[in-house]
Design a protein around this ligand. Structure first.
Ligand SMILES: [Zn+2]
Length: 75
């Protein structure tokens, strides 16, 4: 967890409990447009990438993970 002091008040930034983590995958082989759209089903997304590699031999992917963060004032 990252902490930063603003003036005399401590704040922290963390994952919002109502937000979900999502994963996006994109094959980076130059002749391929295969992608997985942002999904909260991380295991399925990565399983799909493994299947893509098995079918094509393309083994390199750009992965983007995203969540919703919230900054709160510490008591
Ligand atoms: Zn590919």
């Amino acid at each position: 967890m990252a902490t930063r002091v603003f003036g005399f008040v401590d704040h922290v930034i963390t994952q919002h409990p109502d937000g979900e983590r999502t994963l996006t995958l994109r094959c980076i082989h130059p002749d391929c447009r295969w992608t997985v759209a942002p999904t909260a089903d991380v295991d399925r997304a990565q399983g799909d990438a493994i299947k893509h590699t098995a079918a094509t031999g393309h083994a390199l992917f750009a992965r983007t993970a995203e969540d919703m963060a919230v900054v709160v004032r510490q008591a």
